[in-house]
Design a protein around this ligand. Structure first.
Ligand code: HEM
Length: 486
């Protein structure tokens, strides 16, 4: 807002600034003086305005909102924020692409991040998911290699189709996610027109400590809409921030986007004996076997006031659980439980949790002290160790994680290797026009691959999922179909 007479400009130390247009110099033509400490402070602070961008999901936009419970799920979880119909919890969401840098286009073919922070009365619960129900790999040990192939080639500093398809063709567990990514859903029309998924199986625990396996589905109430590859390319040039703009404008106009959260609930023992491994994040669990159970509505109704403070400094972690929600043994998830906190300590700092966007609205009582940028009272003069005789915060046994028995010999195990059934089913399920788009998108994408051996290796996977899937792509790439049959 324009003001007639504003406040006095000060240095960061609060002293009034005499001149913010002309630096201090020795006479009109003389050199600039080092005693212009305001100039030094201004240039030095400017040099430090950036924190490292997220190593993945660097480009994103966020919004505030709330979650409201619409269905009683208290028989499955003791999570306080889900405890009664009508209960509302404030939340913050960030949507993103994965591979591009912070300035990249919103309309690239890439999964979309779907990161949510619920400020519950028992601490923060984060749901850090994507707009796809599955993922490319299923063991965290492969994540750095996978992401290297999605980023820039060290020599050319350009994206490298050989690396992308070499890795995928040597990691056939990626086939399901590659099929989703190359389908029409690979480029959502807006952030508002996509679903969100927890992707992994998680665990819920109820008041009686009964355990259930859970899969989260956030279904868009705006309906699914996607972009054709052509329109996406055009928008990438014309308006690379179009998805951020769309989200911002909708919220400013009072057209608040919302999603319905439903869960698949899989009883503990059944989950362990299910026909596919429910801890393998490259697989889905059939909704015929475990139908969606509604939980509530998420509504985004407020734009951030300041992008850096609220979006760039936001830190989400799949390890931010509250009592009643726990991890499953999914090996990719287990790696993520380490990865995010570590990324936050590096990217934002060891005290990132005390920043307003990240701090729990229910308060935090820890014995953590000191560290860079400790901007709260640092515990003041209160007791700084535990156990203590001075009435400091104590553990709450009811909040203990509920365990289950694990047996087995230590070793490097791989989940089973049926890489083809679910991608094949997905291909066969698509309407004819969407099947054609899928094939066309893959052909366009693989055309950048220079090594025929890589193309053939990947085509064999498509062929195994469904012979027509492989044959149509091979035809599009001009590869002899006989070469892809084994
Ligand atoms: C961001 C690691 C798999 C969704 C990140 C970040 C890291 C990371 C280091 C940046 C965090 C930051 O700087 O704040 C990993 C690892 C994975 C993995 C090691 C596998 C082992 C996944 C999967 C999903 C996912 C399977 C979704 C189902 C996201 C989202 C963000 C993100 C949504 C952005 C969060 C935000 O908006 O700040 N990931 N990731 N990641 N990841 Fe993952």
């Amino acid at each position: 807002m324009l003001e007639e007479k504003g406040k006095t400009l000060t240095t960061a130390q609060g002293a009034p600034v005499g001149d913010n247009q002309n630096s201090l110099s020795a006479g009109n033509l003389g050199p600039v003086l080092i005693q212009d400490v305001h100039l030094l402070e201004k240039l030095a602070h400017f040099n430090r305005e950036r924190v490292p961008e997220r190593v993945v999901h660097a480009k994103g936009f966020g919004a505030h909102g709330y979650f409201k419970v619409t269905n009683d799920v208290s028989r499955y979880t003791k999570a306080d924020f889900l405890s009664e119909v009508g209960k509302e919890t404030p939340m913050f969401a960030r949507f993103s692409t994965v591979a591009g840098e912070a300035g990249s286009a919103d309309t690239l073919r890439d999964p979309r991040g779907f990161a949510l922070k619920f400020y519950t009365d028992e601490g923060n619960f984060d749901m850090v998911g994507n707009n796809t129900p599955v993922f490319f790999i299923r063991d965290a040990i492969k994540f750095p290699d996978f992401i290297h192939t999605q980023k820039r080639d060290p020599k050319t500093h350009r994206k490298n189709a050989d690396a992308v398809w070499d890795f995928w063709s040597l990691s056939p567990e990626s086939l399901h996610q590659v099929t989703v990514l190359m389908s029409d859903r690979g480029i959502p029309a807006t952030f508002r027109n996509m679903h969100g998924y927890g992707s992994h199986t998680y665990m819920w625990v109820n008041e009686n400590n009964e355990q259930f396996w859970i899969k989260y589905h956030f279904r868009t109430n705006q309906g699914i809409k996607n972009l054709s590859a052509e329109l996406a390319e055009q928008l990438a040039g014309e308006n690379p921030d179009c998805h951020g703009q769309d989200l911002y404008n909708a919220i400013e106009a009072g057209d608040f986007p919302s999603w319905t959260l439903s869960v698949q609930v899989i009883p503990f023992e059944e989950g362990l004996n299910y026909k596919t491994n429910i801890f393998d994040v490259t697989r889905t669990v059939s909704q015929k076997d475990y139908p969606l159970i509604e939980v509530g509505q998420m509504v985004l109704n407020r734009n951030p006031e300041n992008y850096f403070a609220e979006v760039e400094q936001a830190t989400f972690s799949p390890g931010n659980f509250v009592p009643g929600i726990q991890a499953s043994p999914d090996k990719l998830l287990q790696g993520r439980l380490f990865g995010y906190g570590d990324a936050h300590r590096h990217r934002v700092g060891t005290n990132s949790a005390i920043l307003p966007i990240n701090s729990p609205k229910s308060g935090a009582n820890t014995y953590q002290r000191d560290g860079a940028m400790r901007s709260d009272s640092n515990g003041g003069s209160s007791v700084y160790y535990e156990p203590n005789s001075f009435n400091g915060p104590k553990e709450e046994p009811a909040a203990k994680q509920v365990g289950h028995e694990i047996t087995g010999q230590i070793g490097n195990y791989s989940y089973d290797d049926d890489f083809y059934s679910q991608p094949g089913d997905l291909y066969r399920l698509l309407p004819v026009d969407e099947q054609q788009n899928l094939v066309d998108n893959i052909v366009a994408n693989m055309s950048g691959v220079t090594q025929e051996a890589i193309k053939i290796r990947q085509l064999k996977h498509f062929y195994k999922a469904d012979p027509s899937y492989g044959e149509r792509i091979a035809k599009g790439l001009g590869i002899d179909i006989e070469k892809i049959k084994e």
